[in-house]
Design a binder for this molecule. Structure first.
Ligand code: FES
Length: 284
């Protein structure tokens, strides 16, 4: 027996066997639903069952509370169809033309880049081509490099140069965002010149960049330190402080804008941002 599943709003349809999760069946037919952990923990694959019934499978209760289940939500990496379904979920259409395949590869070259890092080059059969869609979150490169010293050592650059390079694009985006707020800043301050409004807006953009850098370059939680029991499991104490990480810097850099005159506040905020950014780019 097979079930027919229709995805809204795209109206794409696919068939699922009773043993398939909705996600497995969709992937097999080349439809990529958003997913990450595939074990009912992250909630990335969460979507709504508009028509039909599902077996919800095994998942973490916090990821799919009963209240959401009652409203028709399910985790499609776990849910199995019990009838034909109409579901609403996020599809990743950018990869729809890329087929998921297992390819035989030969190890072409191995090069030791550092004591704990090996670069491995694989060679595909001559007539095969690897199709992929590269993509990283805006500041993921900074986070990955800050948390992986072995990777950082592979690059023939100083620590601050590597971090500055990963920040180039986020810096342009955040400063542009800051400048886009200039009309609102001009109206909110009232009685100030457009030049000053642009300085304040630029200072806001740079403050946001500095706060993001603070967050992304922070050390990962230390699981060797004492752990606190919580409904989510054991949580390292250092993780609690991470809730404020980034906001602390934002508060520091926005304080001059709130307390001093707009022109002086923008100047002080930009200078402070420069000092904090310099420290963050060089920190171990
Ligand atoms: S992919 Fe993480 S919960 Fe489904």
């Amino acid at each position: 027996m097979t079930y027919r599943i229709t995805i809204k709003p795209s109206n794409n349809t696919f068939e699922a066997q009773p043993d398939d999760t909705v996600l497995e069946a969709a992937l097999r037919e080349g439809l990529v639903l958003a997913y990450s952990c595939r074990n009912g923990a992250c909630g990335t694959c969460k979507g709504k069952v508009l028509e039909g019934a599902v077996d919800y499978g095994v998942y973490q209760a916090e990821t799919l509370p009963d209240s959401e289940k009652a409203n028709g939500y399910a985790l499609f990496c776990q849910a199995k169809a019990l009838s034909d379904l109409v579901i609403e979920c996020r599809e990743i259409s950018a990869v729809k033309d890329i087929q998921v395949r297992t390819l035989p590869c030969r190890v072409h070259n191995m090069q030791k880049l550092a004591a704990d890092v090996m670069r491995i080059q694989l060679k595909l059969p001559a007539n095969e081509r690897l199709q992929f869609l590269a993509g990283l979150g805006l500041c993921s490169a900074l986070r990955v490099l800050s948390r992986t010293p072995g990777l950082m050592r592979c690059l023939p650059l100083e620590r601050w140069e590597v971090r500055a390079a990963t920040l180039a694009v986020p810096a342009v985006v955040l400063v542009a965002w800051g400048l886009a707020t200039a009309p609102a800043v001009h109206e909110a301050i009232g009685g100030t010149t457009w030049g000053t409004a642009f300085w304040v807006a630029a200072a806001l953009g740079v403050a946001a960049l500095t706060a993001v850098t603070r967050w992304m370059t922070a050390a990962p939680p230390d699981y060797l330190k004492p752990l606190v029991s919580s409904p989510m499991g054991a949580v390292p104490t250092s993780l609690f402080g991470s809730l404020a990480r980034g906001f602390d810097v934002l508060l520091l850099l926005c304080a001059p804008l709130l307390l001093a005159s707009p022109a002086n506040g923008a100047f002080i905020s930009l200078v402070l941002s420069g000092v904090v950014l310099t420290y963050l780019l060089n920190r171990p």
